[in-house]
Design a protein around this ligand. Structure first.
Ligand SMILES: [Zn+2]
Length: 317
């Protein structure tokens, strides 16, 4: 019997920039509903929070932290709102990958500092907006002190968002310094979302395509069940060491309203993950990114104990 780490995540965005229906009023309802519903069903996960959202929703975010959720940094550089070389960067089409390594270090350090001031604690993990990032992003994150997070993974090819991940592993991995799509020895664990390995879908806005993501806001419950089954099967068949199910949603749905379709969908997906893992004879545990990283360190340690001189040695140094 093997363990599947199940982590349900929500990106908490800047409502002004994305003009989400319900506006800023929706966000705390979405966050509290997501957190409380999952807690009631024995699950947890991560919130990835942009600075403006951290400033507006400290109460809902602290509530999530008390419930065992990991609160993490989320950045969309295209929204602007930070300074570069002493000048404010306005909203526009400046993507994270448009910046050099040094600039990415600056952006991440600034964001960490402002975010920490807003919430009273430092983020331990990070997700890149629109999964836009490159090798320099990983190096900059390591420099700033991060050890795990989600820059990309999966198989997105979204030119509009500068998000290129065709060929990346579908499971947690340490990227290579030369090629973010290959497994290597960077001391950073990429934890991608769950995808259906056998099903692609076109995305009109991004002018590209991706494998079907386990993303609550798209498709329907049946599609998510299919994704969950296919992803579990794929990990078992391919002998993936660190098995995960990671879902994604946004703070734009009324998860606190028991009569809403999204509240129902959240419960259906959470419960289906449990059944699907157990049906295959395995066990699931509720997890945050921190828990998944801990499990990774333990397995790397066990591997080292059995194989002296293993390349993972540097990881914990
Ligand atoms: Zn985002």
């Amino acid at each position: 019997m093997e363990t599947f780490y199940v982590c349900l995540t929500m990106d908490c965005e800047n409502s002004d920039y994305w003009k989400s229906p319900g506006g800023w009023d929706m966000s705390p309802h979405a966050i509290r509903g997501f957190v409380d519903t999952l807690s009631d069903h024995g699950m947890k996960g991560n919130l990835f929070v942009v600075l403006e959202n951290a400033r507006r929703n400290p109460e809902a975010i602290h509530h999530a932290k008390e419930k065992g959720f990991e609160i993490s940094l989320h950045i969309h550089t295209e929204e602007g709102g930070f300074t570069m070389g002493g000048k404010a960067v306005a909203p526009g089409q400046r993507w994270l990958t448009d910046f050099s390594y040094d600039e990415q270090v600056q952006i991440l350090s600034q964001a960490c500092d402002s975010w920490s001031r807003a919430l009273g604690f430092r983020p331990m993990t990070f997700r890149a907006g629109c999964f836009c990032g490159n090798e320099d992003t990983y190096k900059a994150l390591i420099k700033v002190g991060f050890k795990y997070g989600n820059i990309g993974g999966g198989q997105r090819n979204y030119p509009t968002y500068r998000s290129f991940w065709v060929g990346a592993p579908l499971h947690p991995y340490c990227p290579s310094e030369e090629d973010k799509l290959k497994e290597g020895r960077m001391p950073f664990l990429e934890i991608p979302c769950t995808y259906n390995p056998g099903k692609k879908t076109a995305n009109v806005i991004s002018h590209g395509e991706s494998l079907v993501e386990l993303r609550m806001g798209l498709g329907d419950t049946l599609m998510h069940m299919e994704t969950i089954d296919a992803a579990i099967e794929y990990q078992i068949e391919n002998g993936v060491k660190l098995k995960t199910v990671v879902s994604l949603t946004h703070d734009r749905f009324p998860y606190d309203d028991p009569n809403s379709a999204m509240h129902e969908r959240l419960i259906a997906v959470a419960e289906y993950i449990k059944r699907a893992v157990e049906h295959k004879g395995h066990r699931w545990v509720p997890a945050t990114f921190a828990d998944i990283h801990d499990a990774f360190l333990k397995s790397a340690g066990a591997k080292r104990a059995g194989a002296p001189g293993d390349g993972g040695q540097k990881r914990e140094a």
